[in-house]
Design a protein. Structure first.
Length: 647
């Protein structure tokens, strides 16, 4: 077990004696003084007479969520960088930010003076461990808050630094919080219940399923820190994290009790009645969780011999548990949650219909508006939100909408802001990657349109991206196959001409939960906890191509895994396939018919017929005739098919 830097082996002087140089980060001088304040703290932390030489700032909270509440945006406050993925390292002389290619442009624009961008993944750019090893002396001490890093990453970082004779130590004092003026309070938003007619299962039944998994794994207690796992298990939703309908909480499950740690101010009488009805009577304050874990493990009466901790557990919690008591494995709730029950599946399908109506209104409006007026990236994003708000059960976006035009489409995760916002033009690409939460389901879709005349190269790229979408969607595969095995199907036609894209091809999607849901996915690199693909999982399929600085394109559908019909059944295996759930036309003007096979044309026309048949009656009933006419045009049969052989 690690020794926290506030404990015996480390001398820590009184932080109250530190001259606190905290300034609002509105000017270059103030930004430099923030770094100076951090560096001044170094001398107050020593390990065996070695001073602290570097401080790591993960872009995380204690629950490892994809998005952060304002109170947890420490990396953004100290560096200016607001992207989701990044790691900051501050030494006595330098300040560096590592992020991947999705955020290079954003980091270049946002980073404060005094910070250096380290482009992760570039062959000539050392990673964090390599850089620290090359720039610090043997015996150096590197500090980090152990609650802000998952234990597998901490252990890997610790082992990597040890090769350079550098020690990673846990510092519970958060340096950035100490210099953060007007540090926001953690959110305390009210919770909402998910009724059984939308969840498909009571929380009691879900806990019983978890008990079965615990018995299989010989665990006496399961600790849950992932907020979407907690929300799913308890049939509760919140709004503490942007774009994720979750709330700050911890849960511990034994065979006798389910313990919930949360801020009771989030609840009202209806919530408390729901919690009591579900048998969750052991309610505790959020800030008492770590103390509870320590005490229950010390209690002979509790009889906790084995504790199951998922791989997203933070390092501080991991080290509260003696090594002989740990079971380190993927959370059983992740796997239970990934396979949607019938009620959840139907909710996802209904949500896609509502979202399809909003998307058709938006793309029809955009096409018409570009003929008569000026539209910016943010204008388009805001208009789509207005259309969605008209739909029943709409809650909010499931991630920041990427409304991008022209060269911005070449950045896979571009999000327009007041500084980058540009006007759309008919002779450029427009790409919209967007998703929505409805009370019964979650969506994720990308469409790329060109309202002028695309170049031959753009049309070829688009056609090959589409071919990859078809190849992946129509494939048949055995149950439990890993998603990385299928990834090449989406890339094959780009590979044929020496092109590719840098991100994964697909991710799991939650049901009125996170739009990016594990543990399965489709990517060129294997997912470490991937249980294999199974029926009634919902995923994205999103092949793409990006020509840096010029244009990009992506076609993304949400798909449901369904049973496949096959003439044979090898060794009684179950075979599966994908079924498109997203209902939004795919622009055909950029497709080169000569590059498409008969099967690909049949797929396109069948998909568009499905989109038409499900959305057209609703549009007509609502009197949206201009949108209906647009839909009819955009879903019209494409291409020339050979005559059917009647023999």
């Amino acid at each position: 077990m690690f020794q926290n830097i506030e404990l015996d082996s480390v001398r820590m002087q009184d932080l109250d004696a530190l001259p606190l140089l905290a300034y609002p980060n509105e000017s270059h001088i103030a930004q430099q003084k923030l770094l100076t304040s951090i560096r001044q703290m170094f001398r107050f932390f020593r390990v065996s007479d070695y001073p602290l030489c570097a401080y790591i700032i993960p872009n995380q909270n204690e629950h490892m969520t994809e998005y952060l509440a304002e109170c947890d945006k420490r990396l953004e406050y100290i560096s200016g960088f607001s992207g989701n993925v990044g790691t900051g390292v501050i030494t006595k002389m330098e300040a560096l930010l590592w992020t991947d290619l999705r955020y290079f442009y954003q980091a270049k624009v946002e980073l404060f003076r005094g910070w250096k961008l380290m482009k992760s993944g570039y062959p000539d750019v050392p990673n964090e461990v390599e850089w620290l090893g090359q720039n610090l002396s043997p015996g150096a001490i590197v500090g980090c808050n152990p609650k802000l890093m998952p234990y597998p990453l901490w252990n890997s970082l610790q082992d990597g630094l040890a090769k350079y004779k550098i020690k990673l130590v846990a510092i519970s004092t958060n340096f950035v919080d100490n210099v953060w003026i007007d540090h926001p309070e953690p959110p305390c938003n009210l919770l909402k219940t998910v009724p059984e007619q939308m969840s498909g299962m009571t929380s009691i039944d879900k806990v019983l399923d978890v008990h079965l998994k615990m018995r299989e794994n010989e665990a006496d207690m399961l600790i849950i820190t992932a907020l979407d796992d907690i929300a799913w298990l308890l049939n509760l939703r919140g709004s503490d994290i942007p774009y994720n309908p979750v709330f700050f909480a911890f849960v511990a499950i034994t065979f006798n009790n389910t313990y919930l740690f949360f801020d009771k101010k989030k609840s009202h009488l209806k919530i408390m009645n729901h919690i009591r009805k579900e048998g969750l009577v052991n309610l505790h304050p959020y800030n008492k969780f770590y103390t509870f874990v320590k005490k229950i493990l010390e209690s002979d009466k509790a009889g906790i011999k084995k504790v199951w901790i998922p791989n997203s557990t933070n390092y501080y919690l991991y080290n509260l548990i003696p090594s002989e008591k740990r079971i380190c494995a993927c959370s059983p709730i992740q796997i239970l949650k990934a396979v949607k029950n019938e009620v959840e599946s139907q909710g996802m399908l209904r949500a896609s219909i509502r979202d399809g109506i909003a998307l058709c209104q938006f793309f029809q409006w955009l096409e018409d508006e570009l003929k008569h007026g000026a539209v910016s990236e943010i204008d388009a994003e805001e208009k789509l939100e207005k259309f969605r708000k008209l739909e029943e059960f709409y809650v909010g976006p499931s991630f920041p909408t990427s409304s991008s035009s022209g060269p911005h489409t070449a950045m896979p995760h571009y999000v327009a802001n007041k500084n980058s916002n540009r006007m759309l033009a008919a002779d450029e690409m427009y790409m919209c990657d967007t998703g929505a939460h409805y009370a019964d389901g979650t969506t994720d879709v990308t469409r790329t349109f060109h309202y002028g005349e695309p170049t031959p190269f753009q049309k070829e790229c688009y056609t090959r991206v589409f071919k990859g979408l078809v190849q992946l969607t129509t494939c048949t595969f055995p149950q439990k196959i890993k998603g990385n095995v299928l990834d090449c199907l989406a890339r094959k036609f780009l590979w044929d001409i020496g092109l590719d894209y840098g991100h994964g091809t697909g991710h799991g999607i939650g049901c009125f939960l996170n739009a990016h849901e594990g543990p399965m996915g489709i990517s060129w690199r294997p997912y470490p906890d991937d249980p294999g693909l199974d029926e009634n999982m919902f995923l994205s399929t999103e092949p793409a191509y990006y020509c840096e600085g010029e244009f990009g394109m992506r076609i993304e559908n949400t798909v449901q895994i369904v049973a496949a019909t096959t003439p044979y059944n090898y060794q009684d295996k179950t075979f599966l396939t994908f079924q498109a759930v997203t209902l939004c036309p795919i622009q055909t003007k950029m497709l080169i018919e000569e590059l498409l096979t008969v099967d690909e044309l049949l797929f396109l026309n069948a998909y568009h017929r499905d989109v038409h048949d499900k959305l057209a009656p609703i549009l007509k009933k609502r009197g949206l005739l201009h949108v209906y006419e647009w839909l009819v045009r955009e879903t019209a049969p494409f291409g020339t098919l050979p005559p059917m052989d009647e023999t």
